[in-house]
Every structure is written in structure tokens, then in C-alpha cells.
Write a protein that binds this ligand. Structure first.
Ligand code: ZN
Length: 139
């Protein structure tokens, strides 16, 4: 993979093919004023096909959100053209304000100012449930 195009920034690698746009939107990368490159369907030995996002700037990303979208993603931090850090992600135990509860009778549907908190209840099956009403999150 070619990373020398980036001098200082972040390469989000091993995104499941077709998931790059979801991650782009979830992380709000469209709000950045730097170069963001999305590579889709890149051949990968590990995954067959994968997506990659390159961000031409160092910034703090929400690791939990990335891990929620796809825990198999790896994040490479690039400084002065060299990879200085490789982060392996995992499913977060809780996620806040990433997804909304589907239950119309949930307290978060009534009390709009409440944070949308979901807890991981089954790591193997990647099941998250609403903290308030235990409705399962739909993906
Ligand atoms: Zn709920």
C-alpha cells in the first residue's frame, strides 16, 4: 500500500469493502477542511477486497466509533512520512450518540436531550442494546 502520499496524517486501513462511506459519514469527515481520500475495493490479502480512508492531517478520531463500525479496522498514524503508530481496534463496551434507539416509547425518544447510550451485551454476536429500554440496535 502506498502511504508516502501522506506526510502527516491518518490512514484507516482494512475497512470492510463498501463500509468506507458509512465510516466517513459516522466520523463526520466531510466537515474537515483537509484532503480526505477514500479508496474503495482495494485488493487485500487478508480480506479479498477492502476500503481505505486517508486523511491528510493529524487529528483525534473517535476510536470507539471506528471500532463500532468495524472492529477489524487498523489505524496508522503517519508523521514525517513514517508510520509511528498502528492501532488495532476493538468493539467498544458502550457507544454514546452514534446510533439512535428505534423504540418509539423509549425515554430517549421522549426526552430528546438524553444521550443515546448503547451497551455491548454480546461481543461475539456484536449485539448492542439501549441502556434505557434494552431494545437491540439495528444495523
Ligand atoms: Zn431505548
Amino acid at each position: 500500500m502506498v502511504i508516502d502520499a501522506i506526510k502527516n496524517g491518518i490512514v484507516i486501513d482494512h475497512i470492510a469493502a463498501g463500509k468506507a462511506m458509512e465510516l466517513y459519514q459516522t466520523l463526520g469527515l466531510g466537515r474537515l477542511d483537509c484532503t480526505v481520500a477514500i479508496l474503495k475495493n482495494v485488493p487485500s490479502q487478508k480480506l479479498g477486497r477492502k476500503d481505505i480512508i486517508k486523511i491528510d492531517r493529524d487529528l483525534n478520531l473517535d476510536w470507539d466509533v471506528i471500532g463500532y463500525v468495524d472492529p477489524n479496522i487498523t489505524v496508522n498514524i503517519i508523521r514525517d512520512g513514517e508510520r509511528v503508530e498502528k492501532r488495532l481496534l476493538k468493539l467498544p463496551d458502550t457507544i454514546t450518540n452514534v446510533i439512535r434507539c428505534r423504540n418509539p416509547r423509549c425515554i430517549t425518544s421522549v426526552e430528546q436531550e438524553l444521550p443515546q447510550v448503547f451497551k455491548l451485551t454480546d461481543r461475539a454476536a456484536r449485539v448492542y442494546r439501549c441502556l434505557y429500554c434494552e431494545t437491540q440496535a439495528g444495523k
